[in-house]
Design a protein around this ligand. Structure first.
Ligand SMILES: Nc1ncnc2c1ncn2[C@@H]1O[C@H](COP(=O)(O)OP(=O)(O)OP(=O)(O)O)[C@@H](O)[C@H]1O
Ligand SMILES: [Mg+2]
Length: 306
């Protein structure tokens, strides 16, 4: 008997399912396409926003550079002005002081007490102004000096300063603790100015302590060498700490402790010139500590920071 294979047409239900599947795939592909187009549009918007932010940053940077240059120029002008004023004021001031002293001596017998007092006030005021101009010149010289870096042993400088302080007032009972520290790459003349002022302050503001203790050393903080001058003297209220490094600002009266308030301004200028930071910590009646850094790698502020 002959056998036949009968080709059976696909069942209409299967065909319809296949068509349905194809349609669904098509819809999914269309959705995916739309999603991709949307994502591309969003990315383009983000890129545009980024580009615009970059343009704005570049513009602001340029502005900042211009303002920095202007500030630098103004600082230099101001510095030159303050130097000229303080320098040129000195000779007329000395004349006033000198002649009022001469007059006081030669005319003393003829002057009333009141007139003598007037003359004294004139010469005292002239002498005070002379000291102020000298202080301004001190500050000015630091700003104008050119930084000459070399290896400096700050502990050695501190010992030299201490020797001078002791020679000036040998009767004082002061214990100094100076620790060895690694050398810094700095200007030796300016670092001496900074340490003279910091150790000089520690010496001055411990004058009322029967047993003064002053230390100098270095500690590591967050991988940075921090130098510190510490004393157990009069201290001060930290609420006024922001004034410390501004010229002519004092936290003690001249009656308590003499001075003009320029020492720490000099310290700040020296430290800033080296690209470092300076700050203080103290308590009234419990002593003070002054910290500073001298970075080996100078930052951009070096030699432009007043
Ligand atoms: N070690 C310290 N202990 C307590 N107070 C201090 C200390 N160092 C500074 N000060 C306070 O900070 C002020 C400013 O110090 P700075 O060295 O600039 O001036 P000064 O010592 O008063 O005068 P100058 O240093 O010009 O002779 C001081 O008047 C004092 O009030
Ligand atoms: Mg001082």
């Amino acid at each position: 008997m002959e056998s036949h294979t009968i080709e059976r047409p696909e069942a209409p239900a299967d065909r319809e399912r296949e068509i349905e599947d194809l349609r669904a795939e098509n819809v999914a592909a269309r959705d995916e396409n739309a999603g991709l187009r949307e994502a591309a549009r969003a990315s383009k918007l983000e890129i545009d926003a980024l580009k615009s932010a970059q343009r704005q940053i570049a513009f602001l940077n340029q502005n900042l550079e211009t303002r920095n240059r202007d500030l630098e120029r103004l600082n230099k002008e101001l510095e030159a002005f303050s130097y000229a004023v303080s320098h040129d004021l000195r000779s007329p001031l000395r004349i006033i002081h000198g002649f009022s002293e001469a007059l006081k001596q030669s005319a003393a017998p003829k002057l009333s007490t009141e007139e003598s007092n007037w003359l004294k006030k004139i010469s005292d005021a002239a002498a005070r102004m002379d000291r102020l101009t000298e202080d301004l010149l001190r500050l000015s010289r630091i700003t104008r000096s050119q930084l000459k870096r070399e290896a400096v042993d700050l502990a050695l400088v501190a010992r030299e300063v201490v020797h001078e302080l002791r020679q000036g007032e040998p009767q004082r009972n002061v214990v100094f603790a100076i620790s060895e520290c690694p050398e810094v790459h700095a200007d030796p003349v300016l670092m001496r100015v900074a340490l003279s002022n910091l150790l000089g302050n520690a010496w001055k503001y411990t004058a009322r302590r029967p047993q003064a203790v002053i230390s100098f050393g270095m500690e590591e903080r967050e991988d940075q060498a921090v130098f510190c001058v510490r004393d157990n003297g009069a201290g001060f209220d930290m609420a006024y700490a922001s004034k410390l490094f501004a010229p002519f600002q004092r936290l003690h009266s001249a009656r308590e402790f003499p001075g003009s308030g320029v020492g720490l301004a000099c310290v700040a200028r020296v430290v800033h010139k080296h690209g470092g930071h300076v700050w203080a910590d103290a308590r009234t009646g419990e002593g003070a500590a002054f910290f500073f850094t001298v970075p080996d790698t100078p930052n951009q502020a070096e030699d432009t920071n007043p």
